[in-house]
Design a protein around this ligand. Structure first.
Ligand SMILES: Nc1ncnc2c1ncn2[C@@H]1O[C@H](COP(=O)(O)OP(=O)(O)OP(=O)(O)O)[C@@H](O)[C@H]1O
Ligand SMILES: [Mg+2]
Ligand SMILES: [Mg+2]
Length: 303
């Protein structure tokens, strides 16, 4: 097969591991900087041009779209879809998962466990918003934040009010969430490929830090998921239409609650922690899908 990895930088751990795994399995691999792709979208024969080369004989793409390039990146993925090229994560699923609000609304409708979460626009409604989610302590988070940046814990009504006012003053959209204290600064990353969890790790925040992100000093360890955690992760990815996903879960009193679902999950943390060859599993999944075995599971979602 000819596989194009849509990534800005071939030297990134995830990109180079995917390349290595695909080449090891006998495929031809090209790393394509999607910001350098251009196309005539009105052509009756959809195509993508990269450095003057028409990428016409690609069998599959692996989108690794950075959070700050979702708009252009998903447009490129969509163009490949129009060309009939296989992608484990379709453009619509990637856009959907980038928006925490949209993700939560979709998952809530399907009965996935979630932290109690509120959304509002006007600072005149802060009191009401805090009330509907059960009052402080609350976690206030930016809708499109990443690496734990823009995730703030507010212990008191006054703190919650001023944090929300500050974000809204900058015209940033936010979610306000119940603080899941019993998670004790840890979360679970379940790596889903197709319809199974291939690897899982627990991330524990640095002492005194409620955010477990590795970028914020968290430490990862291997973990065995409960059947309920496993099925929650698989269902969450499937509902969003993602075939490769990093599902972040908190262990709450009410059972597993999903925080977010990442459509370009990093491989470095999970592979180093679990010593599982996740890159190989992704390539193997793509092989099976292109061969047709898995295509029937690709049901479009109306959201
Ligand atoms: N409601 C909550 N209760 C308790 N802890 C929380 C809550 N929300 C977030 N956290 C902690 O903060 C971390 C960062 O939150 P979240 O994953 O929502 O943000 P992010 O910036 O999108 O991070 P990522 O880099 O994983 O995309 C979580 O991994 C978790 O440890
Ligand atoms: Mg995120
Ligand atoms: Mg997260």
């Amino acid at each position: 097969m000819k596989i194009a990895i849509l990534s800005r930088d071939g030297s990134l751990y995830s990109t180079s591991r995917l390349r290595e795994a695909a080449e090891h399995r006998g495929h031809e691999v090209q790393v394509v900087d999607y910001l350098r792709c251009y196309m005539n979208i009105t052509s009756s024969r959809p195509h993508v041009v990269y450095h003057g080369e028409d990428l016409r004989d690609v069998d599959a793409i692996i989108p690794r779209i950075g959070a700050s390039n979702t708009f252009y990146g998903t447009a490129v993925v969509r163009q490949f879809e129009m060309m009939g090229v296989f992608t484990p994560n379709r453009s619509q699923a990637i856009s959907r998962s980038r928006d925490k609000l949209r993700t939560m609304q979709i998952l809530a409708a399907k009965g996935i466990g979630l932290p109690i979460t509120g959304f509002g626009h006007s600072i005149k409604d802060i009191e009401g918003l805090l009330e509907v989610i059960g009052g402080p302590p609350v976690v206030v988070k930016m809708l499109e934040g990443t690496q734990g940046i823009g995730v703030v814990l507010a212990d008191t009504p006054a703190a919650a009010r001023s944090v929300i006012e500050a974000f809204r003053g900058l015209d940033v959209n936010i979610l306000v969430q119940e603080f899941v204290k019993e998670a004790e600064g840890a979360d679970i990353r379940a790596f889903v490929i197709g319809n199974r969890v291939v690897a899982a790790m627990k991330r524990q925040g640095a002492p005194g830090e409620f955010r477990s992100n590795l970028h914020r000093g968290g430490k990862a360890t291997k973990i065995k998921l409960t059947p309920k955690e496993r099925s929650t992760a698989v269902r969450a990815a499937a509902i969003l239409g993602l075939k490769v996903a990093g599902v972040d879960i908190l262990r709450s009193r009410r059972g597993p609650v999903v925080l977010e679902v990442n459509s370009s999950p990093g491989l470095e943390g999970i592979e180093r922690t679990t010593e599982i060859d996740v890159a190989d599993s992704i390539i193997e999944y793509i092989e099976r899908s292109v061969a047709g075995a898995d295509r029937k599971s690709e049901m479009p979602s109306p959201y």
